[in-house]
Ligand binder design. Structure first.
Ligand SMILES: Cc1cc2nc3c(=O)[nH]c(=O)nc-3n(C[C@H](O)[C@H](O)[C@H](O)COP(=O)(O)OP(=O)(O)OC[C@H]3O[C@@H](n4cnc5c(N)ncnc54)[C@H](O)[C@@H]3O)c2cc1C
Length: 352
């Protein structure tokens, strides 16, 4: 009987493991894959963090190297691997959780391999990446070109000489579109005009100011972020790319045709490939038997604490506690905030 089982060994699960270990709890991490690196190896090769190394650390281990630089994807993978090994976190690999059930005072967890575990509490830290969100546009089924989600994009070479449309307004959409524009003719299309925030303000990275003002740490920031216009942090290379490269931006098209898309002004344009950089949705079906999800399959929770199921917790949900919750720098403070309710719950569960 474990005190806690953590489901998922990405950054969120690893941060939780570190904290539980420090608290002297008896726990394990169940990970579907074979490395403690979460979804990072699946992200596109050139991915560069939007936060500097100084603000990209998990609790207990500073991100190595020059603190002001913006680390690349492979550095994050190496960092997460060393994090798991340095703290000897007990990760059970090839252990995809299929279902969690309540049995009296505790939880029973089953993996697809047929292994069963028991625990007094559960932390679900499975991330949304395995379930890309693909919007549906009129006529989409007619389109004969290539249609894919950014989750499968790796590098620009296969798109050489093509006419590519990237749909989205976030960091990934911009980074992919700019990289593709070195080899292809690219348009980035978004529902609202793209907005940019400068990466540096008064000579310091914007994450420094978020840290100084507490924006990253205080739950109220969620309200601020939800109601602020979405904007991409620009190191200074995004906006010039629109004049320097084969890259343009437009408000999203109205519909697909067999050969391309029809824009708002009624003009049709041939397109070879559409890449949807339209985000992800958490799929927590393995918790369905607990009655812990709403009609959309999303967690019914407040600040990571289940509102339906005592002893069930979450990490890594977007806007879980602050607007940094689903980032490297945000998951540590969220884990710390979960420790009190978790330990209180464990005390009661052990004595009953
Ligand atoms: C393209 C992209 C760029 C990003 N860039 C940044 C950035 O620059 N800076 C930043 O801070 N954040 C960034 N993020 C956001 C965030 O930091 C990452 O998505 C991060 O990988 C989330 O970590 P996680 O641990 O919550 O989830 P994941 O990394 O997805 O890890 C979840 C783990 O759970 C496992 N799992 C899933 N289901 C099960 C199951 N049923 N049973 C057992 N195991 C399971 C998976 O195999 C995986 O290892 C980016 C995200 C994306 C998609």
């Amino acid at each position: 009987m474990f005190d806690t089982l953590i489901i998922g060994a990405g950054q969120a699960g690893l941060a939780a493991g570190y904290m539980l270990q420090k608290a002297g709890l008896n726990f394990a991490l169940l990970e579907a894959g074979s490395s403690p690196t979460g979804s990072w190896p699946h992200y596109y090769e050139s991915l560069t963090l939007f936060s500097p190394a100084r603000f990209s650390s998990l609790p207990g281990l500073p991100f190595p190297g020059q603190p002001e630089r913006y680390p690349r994807r492979d550095e994050v993978i190496a960092y997460l691997r060393s994090y798991a090994y340095q703290f000897h976190l007990p990760v059970h690999f090839q252990s995809r959780v299929e279902r969690v059930q309540r049995v009296g005072q505790h939880f029973r967890v089953e993996t697809t391999a047929g292994t069963g575990y028991e625990a007094l509490s559960i932390i679900a830290a499975t991330g949304p990446f395995q379930h890309p969100y693909l919007p549906q546009f009129p006529g989409q089924h007619l389109f004969k070109g290539q249609l894919l989600h950014a989750s499968v994009y790796q590098r620009p070479e296969p798109f050489q000489g093509k006419r590519v449309l990237v749909v989205g307004a976030g960091e990934s959409a911009l980074q992919i579109a700019i990289e593709l524009a070195t080899v292809a003719q690219v348009t980035i299309a978004s529902r609202a005009p793209l907005h940019f925030r400068p990466q540096r303000v008064l000579g310091r990275d914007i994450h420094f100011w978020a840290w100084l003002t507490g924006l990253d740490r205080f739950p109220l920031s969620t309200f601020w972020e939800r109601h602020a216009p979405t904007a991409v942090i620009d190191t200074g290379r995004y906006q010039p790319a629109f004049t320097e490269r084969k890259l343009e931006r437009r408000i999203v098209f109205d519909r697909f045709t067999a050969k391309g898309v029809v824009w708002e002004d009624g003009k049709e344009e041939p397109i070879d490939c559409v890449i949807f950089a339209t985000g992800y949705r958490h799929q927590l079906g393995f918790l369905a038997d607990l009655g812990a999800l709403n009609a959309d399959g999303q967690a019914v929770q407040k600040m990571g604490v289940s509102l339906t199921t005592p002893g069930l917790y979450y990490l890594g949900l977007e806007f879980q506690r602050t607007f940094a919750s689903a980032t490297l720098r945000g998951v540590g403070p969220d884990t710390l905030a979960l420790m009190k309710p978790l330990q209180r719950y464990l005390q009661t569960a052990r004595s009953s």
